[in-house]
Design a protein around this ligand. Structure first.
Ligand code: NAP
Length: 295
């Protein structure tokens, strides 16, 4: 349901814990950019009260008193049974990060995957399709693998534990018989012979994120392939240890995950309001927020 300008939009984020969220800044910037009145709230819901509290919030979406919600860790999978339907992206990834209402149905959607694709595309990293190495096997790795596979890429997942990677491989292989997804241990010996294959490396682990900014998920003594592009999903700090090391190895195309963060927020905003927010406004406001937070 899209409201008229006379109404105030109400959205928010559910998760636990929520201390570090940048979503209120991004969504306020999105509202400002298209001159819509509204508020974005954080709902830190303890797991023991999840069922009762989520029912209240979802009823408010059904009644029209709020337009939608974002969902983050640890509820991206847990929320699925509460939805009336899922978009194909949410269904295939098995995770919901955006809830909105359409024709009186509560829809569970996932904007992380299209957000990543949009940002990769804008950075010229998406075409032509090649072979991507995704480090990690959590929710972000799953979304990235889905996004790249649906864009014609071959994907290798490198994880310290193989079982979650194998689960992603099994789930995403069901999408199509031509899906190409391989698994390697996140270790020098396993990755060394494969390095010439990779066109794009994506860090989908939290390793290197503030405050542990000296850490890197890349195996020790393994040279970073200089011909590959690096996309580190981390956005705080803006330049991670992995990015520094990749540049030092001669890698020219090195990016953090801020673009993805902005794009997934913009896509959620569009689901709730029917309007495309101005990305440069969102970018400016989050950068100035991060600058202020640093000082
Ligand atoms: P998650 O579900 O907890 O998964 C984290 C993954 O990282 C797991 O596979 C975990 O392996 C692995 N990992 C953790 N510590 C490791 C280490 N020391 N060495 C090797 N692997 C390690 O988290 P997520 O939701 O996927 O998020 C991952 C990162 O992506 C976070 O930093 C998040 O902020 C970022 N992210 C960014 C965006 C964006 O918009 N830019 C969007 C989504 C996520 P184990 O299972 O073995 O622990």
């Amino acid at each position: 349901m899209i409201l008229t300008e006379a109404h105030t939009f109400t959205f928010g984020l559910i998760g636990y814990p929520l201390g570090h969220s940048y979503s209120p800044v991004l969504q306020q910037a999105a509202l400002d950019s298209v001159h819509l009145p509204g508020n974005y709230y954080l709902y830190e819901i303890e797991p023991s009260s999840f069922d009762a509290k989520i029912q209240i919030l979802l009823n408010e979406i059904r009644s029209g008193s709020r337009q939608g919600l974002n969902v983050t860790i640890p509820y991206k999978e847990k929320i699925i049974p509460y939805m009336d339907c899922l978009t194909p992206a949410a269904q295939d990834i098995g995770a919901v990060n955006t809830i909105y209402i359409e024709n009186e149905f509560l829809v569970g959607h996932n904007t992380d995957a299209p957000g990543l694709l949009t940002d990769l595309g804008q950075k010229g990293l998406l075409d032509p399709p090649g072979v991507a190495l995704i480090i990690g096997a959590g929710g972000a790795a799953r979304g990235a693998a889905y996004a790249l596979l649906t864009s014609g890429w071959q994907v290798t997942l490198a994880a310290r534990r193989l079982q979650p990677a194998q689960q992603i491989q099994a789930d995403l292989s069901r999408m199509s018989s031509s899906t190409s997804i391989q698994i390697e241990t996140l270790a020098s010996e396993a990755l060394q012979p494969r390095l010439p294959d990779f066109h794009l490396v994506i860090n989908a682990t939290p390793v290197g994120m503030a405050p542990q900014t000296e850490a890197s998920p890349w195996p020790h003594h393994l040279p970073f392939p200089p011909h590959a592009a690096l996309y580190d999903m981390i956005y705080n700090p803006a330049v991670t240890r992995l990015m520094v090391n990749a540049k030092a190895s001669g890698c020219q195309r090195v990016y953090n995950g801020l673009g993805m963060l902005i794009q997934q927020a913009a896509l959620a905003f569009e689901c709730w309001t029917g309007q495309k927010p101005l990305i440069p406004t969102m970018q400016d406001q989050i950068l100035s927020y991060l600058d202020t937070a640093k000082s």
